[in-house]
Design a protein around this ligand. Sequence first.
Ligand SMILES: [Zn+2]
Ligand SMILES: [Zn+2]
Length: 707
Amino acid sequence: MNMTDSAGMGDDAAMQAKIKSKLDDGRTCMKERVYTTALTLLMKAASMCPCSPASHGKDKSCNILQCAAAVKDADPDALYHVARGPCSCGFQWPSCTRPLHIQAVDTLAECLERARHYLAAFSTALGLVRLDPASAVGYCRVAKILRYLLRCHQNQDLTVDRSLAVIIRDAGLASANELRGLITLFIKSGLHNTQKYRHSPDDKYHIILRKMAHNLNMAESLRDPIQKLPAELLGIIFSYLDTADLCRCTRVNKLWKQVVLSDKMLWRHIRMRRPKNPGRYFANFLKSHTEARSLVIDDMCDFSLTETKLRSIALFLPRLERLCLSSSKSFLDMRFPTKPLGTPGINLKMLTQLSLISIPEHNFQTVRQLIHLTHASLEVLDIKPITHDIEEAFMLDPMPKLKRLRIIGNSTNSNTRIIEMQAIANGSPNLEHLHLDGLYIVWSPHLDWNQRKRWPALRSLYLGERMDGQSTWVHIDGGTGQRVGPIPLNSSMQSIEILYANDRFIEDILFVPQAERSSPQVFIINEMSPPSEWIDYPNLEVFRCRTSIRPSLLQRVIGSAAKNGTLRVLEVTATSNGVLAFPHCVGDIRDPADELAFAASEHVHTLGMYQFNWAAADNHYSVFNGQPFLDLLNLFPNAETIAAYPGKHANTAPFLMKLIAHPQTKAVYQENLEGVEWDEACKLAKKNGVQLYHQPKFRPGGWPLVE
Ligand SMILES: [Zn+2]
Ligand SMILES: [Zn+2]
């Protein structure tokens, strides 16, 4: 460390100001090319430093010779030691880390170069290195001067050639062609000293020096972060990489491999998406990552997931808690696993989440085997699309710990699967969250209705829009009509999302008391003829429904939750979609601000409305009026996220623009804006800081498949 390091702290501020003013004057003169005056001023500025620097004599050879010999030395610290010691002529070079002193000498060297005193400039630059060998400034100046001379050499410039001749002689070079090598040596030495002896943070000269090294293709310009950064920081950086990138990192060199593999935290969540990565070494790979808690394979086909590999997962990852397998194509070689993938209670016994996304239907054996292995510990089960015989899996391998279940069927109505709910319910008695989409759901015709509370812990229900095709009746077992979708709700429900628009469906779920569901009769439900029991939902936080419910009945569903402030998300439908097979619970909202006054709440943050047009009694598409919805916002002063889906009407854009410009709004979901209107709405949204989404049919819901 430098002796004068601490002296800088006590510098007289007045003296610093004086040096600064001399330095500035010198720079001004230099700019005006009055070099003689500039040099005098700059020398004065340098000599005013409190370190009281002495001046080397006019002969520069001893300095050049000694420094050039040092950079050519095999010892990387040679130049540093030379800088710390006396000149070969005996002169004691000044040593100082004060920025103003360094600036003054650097400007002096620059000025000497401009005044074409190249030798003196070079010697002064070397003096700058001696002043503080840990500063990058000197090396930059040395390299700059040498580079200039190299460029101007053979330009018939006598001054340049004469200076060069001396440098070549003193540096012990054979010719000017070797000058480039000398520049490289100085930069190399500079990179070494500025790193090894650093006492202050990197400045712009460090960057310049590294850039010079880079331009010269020097190996030293490549800095290996793994050698510089502490393990904690590397861990954070590597945690942003996915498994494929981490695998790539292990192939950089031994050190990288050691660092990346030794950080076990990095391998707790393994996600693989690259084809066949890590290839045929999969079993070995798994064996060295037995601490993995979660494994996600984004594309089983590209990954070539085989029965053998699946068995390796079960065998070598004993701590696995989450397994997500997805596929984009229909290909797998494990149509019928020939032998068990593992032993229940031994392999994958800690697995709590199983997500099987887009597994081809013919691989149902794989699904069955995975459920068989993990059914006792499973808490989350995701299946999309539903595979063959899922009911049997629930019957044979009950899941007592299952809390979340998502089953998504085929998106095409032509072969929508009928799913028998009784088996599912029996196999998941403690279910809390149920998410169904793209299915017909039925309860077996001979079910026991006395056993009402099939899911006593159920808290949230999501029914997607593809819950059935055309019919609200499902004919099974010889054509007896069964009610389509009774899902036993209970008074602890926190979230009800019914995004399949169907009058019968909503009636079955919300208004037909369970005791009455055993009969295929038609129930008349209205205020005059209420069902034998009403279920109240005081804990309801989310209510979304794409069927229009008569406001007086809607009050039965959401009234208490709105009143006690639990309700957060409210999305309702204003008019029936026209299928009025059982219109008893269905009714239009004609004056929302009045009819929904019972729901007024300052706790609702998301408000939505579907199928509305208050322009005409017949809801005709050619004219549109959405104003009553805007008026409704007054009842929900903190609703920021708005879902506005009036349906296809003419000229809905002005209404949506008003909504975007509304002071309350922070996010808008809609499906109407197109073309120029969309562009204008985007501009307005940007101006008002509103997130605008184009989301067909309805605002999405549920929980993410694989995050
Ligand atoms: Zn000084
Ligand atoms: Zn000397």
